[in-house]
Ligand binder design. Structure first.
Ligand code: NAD
Length: 307
C-alpha cells in the first residue's frame, strides 16, 4: 500500500504475518547451518496480563521454529536470584535472546536487571548499550514496538525521508526510540509530551503521527492533518455501552475519514510488537553465530601462525 488514499486501514495482522513468515525462513536457514535460535523468557510474579503476554510470545516463537525456554519465578524472588539466572542465560551459548517480562515486582530494581542482560542477547532493546547505539544510528537490537511501527510505515508510505513525523509520548520503551528511528529514516521529527504547549497544533503538522500516550481517544480529527498517516500505539481498556473494550489513543471513528491511513486498535501495532521480538531473536542468533565463527577462525589462524 505505497500510495495510501483516504481512510485506508493499516493491517497489522497481515503485515505481522509477513514478518513472521520472513522470520520462519530465516530460522530454517540458520538451522541448516546448525544454529537453532532460542529465546529465554523470564517471568517473575503472578500479574495476569504478563502471563498472557508471555504465553503469546512463547506461542509465536514455536510457530516460527524458535526454541523458547520459560523461567517462571515466584513474586517474592530475591533480586540476587534473578540476577544469577540472567548471568547463567548470558553465559549459555544455546540461548540467543533473553526477555524479562515487565513490570517486575516492586522490590526488584528494573534498571539493574535490564542492565545485567548481555546487550547481544537483549531482544527487547532496553539495555543502555543498545539505547545509546540507536541514538548514534548504529545497527543494534531495537525496541520491538517502535521497530514494528517503522515496518508498518515502510509498508504503507514507502520512503519516509523528508516527511514530518510527530511522536506523541516520550517514554523509554516507545516514544524516545520511535523518534530516534524516524530520525534515522531521515524524517523531520517533533516529540510532543505532557508539558508541550498546544499539542493539537504541533500534531497537525505531522505527515506521520505516532500516538503513544495511554489516554483513550485523546487525539481526534481536529489534531490531524488531512492525508496524515496515523499509527496508534495506545492500548486502553474502557467500559462503554455496558461492555469492556480496547481503544487506542486516537479517536478512530473521527480520524478514519480524514487521514490517508490509520492502524486500528486492536489489530494494528499490537501484533507487530511480538513479530519484531521474533525478528530480533533471529537477528541476535545470526549475529552471535557470525561472531562465534569469526572468533574460531581467528583462533585457528593464530594457531597456524604460531605452529
Ligand atoms: P508511558 O505512560 O510510559 O508514557 C506516556 C507518554 O505520554 C509520556 O511520555 C507523557 O509525556 C505523554 N503524555 C501523557 N499525557 C500527555 C498529554 N496530555 N499530551 C501529550 N503527551 C502526553 O506509556 P508507554 O509505555 O509509552 O505506552 C503508551 C501507550 O502505548 C499505552 O496505552 C500502552 O498500553 C501502549 N503500548 C502499546 C504497545 C503495543 O504493543 N501495542 C506497547 C507498548 C505500549
Amino acid at each position: 500500500m505505497n500510495n495510501p488514499v483516504h481512510g485506508d486501514l493499516i493491517d497489522g495482522k497481515a503485515i505481522s504475518a509477513l514478518v513472521l513468515s520472513e522470520v520462519g525462513a530465516a530460522v530454517s536457514a540458520l538451522r541448516e547451518q546448525g544454529v537453532h535460535p532460542a529465546l529465554a523468557v523470564v517471568l517473575v510474579g503472578d500479574d495476569p496480563a504478563s502471563h498472557v503476554y508471555v504465553r503469546n510470545k512463547v506461542l509465536r516463537a514455536e510457530e516460527t521454529g524458535i526454541r523458547s525456554i520459560e523461567h517462571r519465578l515466584p513474586a517474592e524472588t530475591a533480586q540476587s536470584v534473578l540476577l544469577d539466572l540472567i548471568g547463567q542465560l548470558n553465559a549459555d551459548p544455546a540461548i540467543n535472546g533473553i526477555l524479562v517480562q515487565l513490570p517486575l515486582p516492586a522490590h526488584i530494581d528494573e534498571t539493574r536487571v535490564l542492565e545485567a542482560i548481555n546487550p547481544a542477547k537483549d531482544v527487547d532493546g532496553f539495555h543502555s548499550s543498545n539505547v545509546g547505539g540507536l541514538s548514534q544510528g548504529r545497527a543494534v537490537l531495537t525496541p520491538c514496538t517502535p521497530a514494528g511501527c517503522m515496518r508498518l510505515l515502510e509498508q504503507t508510505c514507502g520512503t519516509l525521508a523528508g516527511k514530518h513525523a510527530v511522536v506523541i509520548g516520550r517514554s523509554n520503551i516507545v516514544g524516545k526510540p520511535m523518534a530516534a528511528l524516524l530520525l534515522q529514516a531521515d524524517c523531520t521529527v517533533t516529540v510532543v509530551h505532557s508539558r508541550s504547549i498546544d499539542a493539537p497544533a504541533l500534531c497537525r503538522q505531522g505527515d506521520i503521527v505516532i500516538a503513544a500516550v495511554g489516554r483513550p481517544r485523546m487525539i481526534n480529527a481536529s489534531w490531524l492533518k488531512p492525508s496524515a498517516v496515523v499509527i496508534d500505539v495506545g492500548i486502553n481498556r474502557i467500559e462503554e455501552d455496558g461492555k469492556s473494550r480496547l481503544v487506542g489513543d486516537v479517536d478512530f471513528a473521527s480520524a478514519l475519514p480524514l487521514v490517508s491511513a490509520i492502524t486500528p486498535v486492536p489489530g494494528g501495532v499490537g501484533p507487530m510488537t511480538i513479530a519484531m521480538l521474533m525478528s530480533n531473536t533471529v537477528r541476535a542468533a545470526r549475529q552471535q553465530h557470525i561472531s562465534h565463527t569469526q572468533a574460531v577462525s581467528a583462533t585457528e589462524q593464530a594457531c597456524l601462525t604460531t605452529s
